[in-house]
Design a protein around this ligand. Sequence first.
Ligand code: SAH
Length: 223
Amino acid sequence: MYFAALMRPTEDSYLHKGLRKQLVDGIRQKGITDEKVLTAINTIPRHFFLDSAFDKVAYEDRAFPIGEGQTISQPYTVAYQSQLLDVKPFEKILEIGTGSAYQATVLAELRATVYTIERQKNLFESNRAFSYLKKYPNIKFFYGDGYEGLPTYAPFDKIIITAAAPDIPQKLIDQLKVGGMMVIPVGSGDVQQMRRIVKQENGAVKEELFDNFSFVPMLGGKK
Ligand code: SAH
């Protein structure tokens, strides 16, 4: 599937809304407790972020292809990372790996100001043409290499990485405020372990370990 040819649905029907509510119930049963995160997922028409070919399955708790060999993350994973990030209104959040922009939209529904970077030009351009995103002036889109972060806009309250990182990039720790938090899936194999780090006053990080997930790799450079 070539992204430029993506046909997005534009109608949010009662059927979609009903399926979305079922998805939220499922995610709650899997252990997500943050009601603000669950409300965001209940609000956002996930099928708008996919080709209309996925209309019937868009509310299954699965990842789906979005073109360029990339995927929209599984809703449970999006909810899990969003919950760990403990988003507060007006926080400045850096996201690495815009992809479909679904995760960015969840953060925007939580009233953060989101700076999101994508390394694939076609995905970046596709989001520029995606009219639903006009609803979220609090998301700023950047084309670039997430390993570099966004030094011009640093420091950030929070950083979220939505691709598998072989380790925690020091340049991104540098762009975090003291007391700031990063949620990142770490590992270079098929499975990564979710980690949450908090930056200390001396620049060191405190780390907590969470469940295993499977992300597409965080790659260097632009494409
Ligand atoms: N947050 C996305 C998940 C997309 S999958 C969503 O909600 O749909 C991960 C994305 O990270 C892919 O689009 C991939 O191209 C991008 N990516 C991988 N390495 C990157 C890097 N170094 N900088 C920016 N984006 C990167």
